[in-house]
Design a protein around this ligand. Sequence first.
Ligand SMILES: *Cc1c(COP(=O)(O)O)cnc(C)c1O
Length: 383
Amino acid sequence: MTTRKIATIAIHGGDLKDKGHNAIFPPIVTASSFVQPNLGEGGEFSYSRCGNPTRKAYESALAALEGGIYATATASGMAATSLALELLPRDAHLIVMSSVYGGTYRLFEDLRTRTSGLSFTYVDLNNIQAVTSAIQSNTAMIWIETPTNPLLELVDMTAICNLAQENNLLTCVDNTFSTAWNQRPLSHGADIVMLSTSKYIGGHSDLIGGALITARDDLATSLDKLKTTVGATASPFDAYLALRGLKTLDVRMERQCANALKIAEFLSAHSEILEVHYPGLPSHPQHVLCNKQMRTGGAVVTIRLRGNKETVRRFIGRLELFVLAESLGGVESMVNHTASMSHGSVPQKEREAMGIYFETLRLSVGIEDADDLIDDLKQALAP
Ligand SMILES: *Cc1c(COP(=O)(O)O)cnc(C)c1O
């Protein structure tokens, strides 16, 4: 069973049996409550915040996919991140990858510093020296995101998880950009995987969801209690949609990542492109690490156009297949204007210090024909 590949696990992993009618796919059970035949004779489910058959089937599939023993599906990726923080005592300290997802940064800085007394140190996790010196007596967790958004920097998961274990720290990896298809953080020693399932797991830009997955018994027990206490669990409808999406993860990822590599190669050779960030290209500074811990370079390609604001507007306006939108991971190709969209709240000076310019664009590559996508980019870049 453990030797089965992701493609098979996506279809057959987890416990998807329908005990009612032997349906080939778990039905959507919308009930809030479950009847108890007699006093003291409750069944597996009692109340849907605590447990729901549709959500449970989906969670078992997620756990199988990431190689864990337990998954909890939440209402959004942010709800999953928020839930992970509930594992920590008040006034705990976290070490966080420097270019962490904007929503994660906002939750940490604008909320949890105030409401839980948490404190955060942001460091480039590739600088082991810096990570080691950031450890304090109250440090409880290292928050890893790899690859990062939008510049696709990687973190050596094995190195950081080893360091964390030596210092008795928890590790949580935001695996949204890769999913288990590209990398399995638990196999590198991570304690928890966090996912925004709104992206590649759902895959069709039609749901918001998140999850935490672990292979540790103690964390599974804690997370299960916490998710019931906090209550931000995924609805049965969303669990159904996400499970439906998850089934085709392999074929989607295979196409999307292959398309992304072709597009990255095309753009690298184009005179109007100043920078191409894609871990699957040998020119990426961490290409060796990519080969070590990822199956491919992923399906996101970030570029910097040559030119000015007008060039950027013209390029985006001309694109016919790449739609201008927030988010990523859907079957349709998307373009994101990082400076005004995902990093719109970061001041220009700070943003540029991070390497994100007005001319920086993030492409989320879909499952369309690669040549058509390249033709679209070609005509949009023409003089
Ligand atoms: C989208 C995203 C999140 C947040 O997930 P939501 O489902 O939007 O709440 C967290 N991390 C990363 C890397 C993301 O891309």
